[in-house]
Design a protein around this ligand. Structure first.
Ligand SMILES: NC(=O)c1ccc[n+]([C@@H]2O[C@H](COP(=O)([O-])OP(=O)(O)OC[C@H]3O[C@@H](n4cnc5c(N)ncnc54)[C@H](OP(=O)(O)O)[C@@H]3O)[C@@H](O)[C@H]2O)c1
Length: 250
């Protein structure tokens, strides 16, 4: 699929990896729907930067965790608002997520629900709502940002890892449900950007040591992989590509 003129929704696009994905795809001529939650200023600056590249950008706010068990109606309203502004969505990049430690034995239901709502329920129901329209338009791509720890869960982050394991299963299932018109792929990043609060040098060094390459990757490694799935092949679906410096092999 050529990106020129295509309309791409990226969740959590205002900062960090999402921002890099947005700019990478915009540089290829894609029009970007910038979903954001709290990062209004960063989203507005990204919108300006994308427009300066000569393509379109729209900002769309939504909190995917505020609904206390009623996230699906909010997602449906969010999708409806988007289709009031754009005629179609060609690509959905499920990037927004939350990540924090939940030591085993002290995991609260509130944390479990929040992590599942944002990291699993939201991307799944976005894919159902938007993927169904893509299926009708007989073309579309969905890219899910999972995590290598969805395959090798870490005991201090179990609900997060389980949410990402669910997203990996969703990737496989959605590929089947939306075939043959919509291709669905997942990316399993390793350490790319330290989470906020994980700034300590020792923690960062320990994460780097858990990769074969002994270092962090970059946002560009992930953004280029997203671009690859969209532009370089239409024959990949139901695939998960680890971009994790070989962390799975240690
Ligand atoms: N960073 C890494 O090294 C790494 C490693 C493995 C996997 N990943 C995965 O790669 C993706 C991008 O990583 P990242 O570190 O750039 O992500 P991030 O900074 O932790 O989060 C991305 C965005 O998600 C949005 N978000 C969080 N809670 C939300 C909510 N309740 N409702 C709506 N949006 C919400 C935030 O938007 P606002 O800022 O607008 O509030 C945030 O900027 C994520 O799926 C992550 O799990 C990252």
């Amino acid at each position: 699929m050529k990106l020129t003129g295509k309309i791409v929704l990226i969740t959590g696009a205002a900062r960090r990896i999402g921002r890099e994905i947005a700019l990478t795809l915009a540089r290829r001529g894609a029009q970007i729907i910038i979903h954001y939650n709290r990062s209004y200023k960063e989203a507005a600056s990204l919108e300006r930067e994308i427009r300066q590249l000569g393509t379109n950008a729209w900002m769309m706010a939504e909190d995917f965790s505020a609904q206390k068990g009623r996230i699906v109606p909010a997602i449906e309203r969010f999708v409806k608002r988007i289709y009031q502004r754009v005629p179609r969505i060609d690509v959905l990049v499920n990037n927004a997520a939350i990540y924090y430690p939940t030591p085993f034995g002290k995991i609260r239901e509130k944390d479990w629900d929040e992590l599942m709502d944002v990291n699993l329920k939201t991307p799944f129901f976005l894919a159902q709502a938007i993927g169904s329209k893509m299926f009708k338009q007989k073309s579309g791509k969905i890219v899910n940002l999972a995590d290598w720890t969805g395959l090798r869960p870490s005991p201090d982050y179990l609900p997060y890892c389980i949410s990402k394991a669910g997203l990996i299963a969703a990737t496989y299932g959605l590929a089947k449900s939306l075939a043959p018109y919509v291709q669905v792929a997942g990316i399993a990043p390793g350490p790319i950007l330290p989470a906020q609060g994980m700034g300590k040098r020792q923690t960062k060094q320990a994460a780097a040591r858990r990769t074969l390459l002994q270092r962090f990757g970059s946002s560009s490694d992930i953004a280029q992989t997203v671009r690859y799935f969209i532009e370089d092949t239409d024959f990949v679906t139901g695939a998960l590509l680890p971009v994790e410096g070989g962390a799975l092999w240690i």
